[in-house]
Design a protein around this ligand. Sequence first.
Ligand SMILES: [Zn+2]
Length: 243
Amino acid sequence: MAKFIVDCPDCKAKVAAEEKGAAIRQYSDEAGDPYGRRLQLGNCPVCNQLLVGESVQLHFEGYDSDSDVWSDPIRVYPSPPKAFSSYRIPKVLRGSLLEAEKAMQVGAHTAACVMLGRALEALCRDSIGSRSPQAVSGEVQRRIMLGTGLRQLRDLKIIDERLFEWSRDLQVLRNLAAHPDDDSSFSREDIEDMQAFTYAITEYVYDLTDRYEEFKERQEVRKRPRPSAAEMFASVRLTDGEP
Ligand SMILES: [Zn+2]
């Protein structure tokens, strides 16, 4: 029976799951370049957790290779990468969060840490760029560094004091990860915490803010005074009375 190596969230380790089922979709784009995706389903051999891994095809038999070659599977079930709903979330932020998740699953903790830092930096640039009068040009926006960015987010009241404290600790970890002379290592727990806080900040700044705005709009509509029967009657008579 075929096995696939995938990350088990309960064992917090890579395990060789026995493949109980798989599905492949291969297609080509308009230019004729082939694409392939594969899902593999199985159980964790240690804790029996259900696991689904997704791979993308790297090489294609008869096209650029003698045989099909697939990437390492990334777990998509359970606990798939968090999905955010706000359309305002910039592409670079979404992309960095996804990269961090992938890096975590292959045990690349330092890379995951750097990616989460990149995500926070993208969040700062986007939020401050659209709110602060000083950040008028794209050039200024690109120059906002993480430390300054986080402070500005707090000063502009985009995040509150507690989120600011969390984000400062994330920045410390990110700095450790980004400097090659530091041989600090990060545990999976450190990275999972960092990811949870980064998700919380992203959710607060985008999803929850959008949702609250929509909620307020609905409340406003409800609060609008409905015309009384007498007012409606008066307006009808006025219209009727016009020649
Ligand atoms: Zn397991």
